[in-house]
Design a protein around this ligand. Structure first.
Ligand code: NDP
Length: 471
């Protein structure tokens, strides 16, 4: 290979970057690769690269010199300051018309800021979400790009080749201007948080409620994954329950500390949902539970101090397992509903002009929240692109309603057993609130007017009213 013959460059040979370079090269594109720590670049070139069309730049000058003009570079570096640091280093080496694609989990407001900053320098910028973890990056992720449409077209063929494919459709689509891609990725992760929390609540009901072991749990989740609940997260959950620990010979899941980490994307989803006044309570509950999981010592002390119910489950166990399955499916529908309702609202607020059918389509493969259910979600938006909430789609509403009684039952059992199931409970509360023509917010209006003279509206007459409540 000669200089300036690489179709695309990638900076950041970490878990995602390394694999995405190999993926693009396997699809016939010549790729330039660079990493801040040169040792990593050397190891990569000496190891996995083999005869693939990959060329290393051992410093940024060399790397930039490998790229065809106008240049296109994907960043897969840690989100936050590192993205700004890399952009600053690239600036003196790039020319007007060159393109930087940030594929990390950047906050969408950072993407807006960088987009504007680089436009002044006459450089193009795209914020692109990527999902699928290591395996996805290597074999085909779901890609969520945003920016200028014509700039997407410049790199579209590379992204479409490298993305996962479902029934011949690539799991990538141009999503909208500015930070649309990173926003969609953020909400993807919010939904991911919600689904993971729902699954772990079912696990807790089975483990602490019914006393089931990982060996007994594996076939349950595996069977669920063969039917309507089919999804990547259930597939890996079933596999996790089969894995033995090399050190102790026990089930590995039983040896793992119950403290969940997070990088913030779930929290960002909840924040922005609150900013836009869209309810995402299942996702909020998932974020809260990750936080609470971190208080291990405090929970251990509280467990000695705060006694819970002594009730043990004495119902029909196979029937309960079936009810939990139905509760999980209904809650999955409601979680996607919340996330997509947020996207619907954000699309208007931030003028992303999102096509939610396309979002559902590109989430069907490659990403962490891929699930058979997304086919129904896609169909729902195809029939009605402005659907305010998936629970208003006749087919999905029916699927929820058919399982509603089981969700109520499971929530009751969890409450009776004293087992935390905030995501299942929040989902049910969300459903009951959403379907309530009348809510008790009239009393909130009265209270606000009482203590703050905030005024209220009446049911019978338009306008704003104030009452001297104490007089
Ligand atoms: P890794 O931790 O594996 O790699 C981080 C990379 O960032 C390394 O190449 C590192 O270089 C580089 N880096 C960090 N700081 C700087 C800096 N100041 N200047 C230049 N380079 C820097 O990360 P991942 O591959 O897991 O993640 C990359 C991005 O992709 C993140 O935004 C992440 O949130 C996102 N992502 C990750 C997923 C995953 O499953 N891992 C899934 C989807 C998105 P060096 O070797 O020199 O330290």
């Amino acid at each position: 290979m000669t200089s300036q013959d690489c179709d695309i460059g990638l900076i950041g040979l970490g878990t995602m970057g390394r694999n995405f370079v190999l993926n693009m090269a396997d699809h016939g594109f010549t790729v330039a690769a660079y990493n801040r720590t040169t040792e990593k670049t050397r190891d990569f070139m000496a190891g996995e690269v083999g005869s693939r069309p990959i060329k290393a730049g051992y410093d940024l000058n060399e790397f930039v010199g490998l790229l065809k003009k106008p240049r296109a570079v994907i960043l897969l570096v840690a989100a936050g300051d590192p993205v700004d640091a890399v952009i600053r280093e690239l600036l003196p080496l790039f020319e007007p018309g060159d393109l930087i694609i940030d594929a990390g989990n950047s906050h969408f407001t950072d993407t807006n800021r960088r987009f504007k900053f680089l436009a002044v320098k006459k450089l193009h910028y795209m914020g692109m979400g990527i999902s699928g973890g290591e395996e996805g990056a290597r074999r085909g992720p779901s890609l969520m790009p945003g920016g200028h449409r014509d700039i997407y077209d410049r790199v579209g063929p590379i992204l479409e080749a490298a993305a996962a494919h479902v029934n011949g459709d690539p799991c990538v689509a141009y999503l909208g201007p500015g930070s649309a891609g990173h926003y969609v990725k953020m909400v993807h992760n919010g939904i991911e948080y919600g689904l993971m929390e729902l699954i772990v609540e079912t696990y807790d009901l089975f483990k602490r409620g019914l006393g089931l072991t990982p060996a007994e749990l594996a076939p349950i989740y595996d069977a669920w994954n063969q039917a309507e609940l089919n999804s990547f997260l259930l597939e890996i959950t079933a596999k996790i329950f089969t894995r033995k620990d090399d050190r102790t010979g026990r089930f590995l899941v039983d040896m793992i500390l119950d403290k969940a980490k997070q990088k913030g994307t779930g929290m960002w989803t909840s924040w922005d949902a609150m900013d836009l006044q869209v309810g995402t309570p299942t996702i909020d509950a998932a974020v809260v539970m990750r936080d609470l999981s971190g208080y291990k010592e405090e929970r251990q002390n509280a467990a000695k101090f705060l006694a819970g119910p002594t009730y043990t489950f004495e119902g029909d166990r196979p029937r309960f397992i079936e009810q939990v399955k139905n509760a999980l499916y209904a809650s999955m529908i409601a979680t996607y509903s919340q996330g997509l309702a947020l996207l619907q609202r954000a699309s208007l607020a931030y003028t992303y002009n999102l096509d939610l059918e396309a979002v559902a389509r590109i989430w069907r493969g490659g990403c962490i929240i891929r699930a058979t259910l997304l086919e129904d979600i896609r169909t729902a938006y195809k029939a009605r692109p402005d659907l305010p909430n998936l629970l208003m789609d006749p087919h999905l509403a029916q699927a929820f309603l058919a399982r509603e009684a089981d969700l109520r039952q499971v929530v009751q059992v969890a409450a009776g057993l004293g087992l935390p199931a905030p995501a299942l409970m929040a989902t049910l509360g969300y459903f009951d609130a959403y379907r309530s023509a009348v809510l008790p917010a009239n009393l909130i209006q009265a209270q606000r007017d009482f203590f703050g003279a905030h005024q209220y509206e009446r049911l019978d007459t338009p306008g704003s009213f104030h009452t001297e409540w104490d007089k």
